[in-house]
Every structure is written in C-alpha cells, then in structure tokens.
Design a protein. Structure first.
Length: 162
C-alpha cells in the first residue's frame, strides 16, 4: 500500500527531535515520519520491515498524525485493549474477602467451583489462577502434612527450650 501522507515538518526538525528523544516508541514514530519525508520508504511494508512494528501499529500512527499532527502523535498513548475481566465488582470484592480469611480456599479448583456455585460464573482454571495469583497477588496457603509419628509433647518442649 503506497503511502499518501504529507509530512509538514522539515527533515532537519525531525532529525533533531529524534536525536533528543529518549522514549523508544516516540523515537520510532519520529523515525517513520523522517523515513517518509526523505522518500526512503514508499510503502507501509517497508516501514514494517525497517521498524519491526506491525502494519496496524504504523497505520494507526499515521492516522493519528493526519488527525492531530506531530504533537498529537507524540502525546497520545495507545489505548489499552483486551478482553474485560470476568471477575469484577462485587464478585471480586467477595473473592478478596474470602481469600483474606485464613479458612479461605485450599486450591484454585475450589475457587473455580465457588465462583460457579455462589456467583454462577463459569471461568477457566487459567483465568482463576491468573487473577488470584498475579492480579490480586494472593497465594493459597496450604498446611503441609505432618508426620503421624510426631510426638506433640516433645514438640512443645522443644519450642520452650528454643
């Protein structure tokens, strides 16, 4: 796809801005404008191979430049996209409350079945694990099994002498 865009800034200005730019993403944006301005690239696929960015990313940069100019291109942060979380609102609050309880959950499967029974949510194991472990930064505490031959009196005596 041949590029049809007019770059208003001069080559020198773009080069100067690139020289002092510390953010890699903004530097790539300026570099793409510079390459177009100097006629070193004629198509988006050339920019894709030079900048190692997806064609949709470069297209969105150029569209942003057309709409808002250089300032808008360099100021705008990309909108975070992705699927919204399945565990949110009151369900999330009740999950956090239940996790903070010492008698909470013993496994992620238990959390998964609790979500199904209490809140009618069928959520994959991976999603439950990722949400609890990484988003909520919670670890499931499971008591380690104790030896059946252990003498409790000796344990208490040992703790007193320690």
């Amino acid at each position: 796809m041949i590029l049809r865009i007019q770059i208003k800034e001069s080559e020198e200005k773009l080069k100067e801005l690139m020289k002092y730019e510390s953010d890699a993403s903004r530097k790539d944006k300026l570099n793409s404008l510079y390459l177009i301005k100097t006629n070193k690239v004629l198509e988006i696929k050339d920019l894709v191979s030079l900048l190692n960015r997806h064609r949709n990313t470069i297209s969105s940069w150029l569209e942003m430049y057309r709409k808002k100019g250089l300032d808008g291109l360099l100021k705008e942060k990309a909108k975070v996209t992705g699927r919204p979380s399945l565990i949110k609102g009151k369900v999330l609050e009740s999950l956090i409350e239940k996790l903070s309880n010492p008698d909470g959950f013993k496994s992620y499967l238990e959390i998964q079945s609790w979500l199904k029974n209490e809140h009618n949510l069928e959520i994959k194991y991976y999603t439950v694990h990722h949400t609890v472990r990484y988003k909520l930064k919670s670890k499931l505490k499971v008591v380690r099994p104790s030896n059946i031959k252990k003498d409790l009196n000796k344990e208490v005596a040992f703790k007193k002498t320690l």
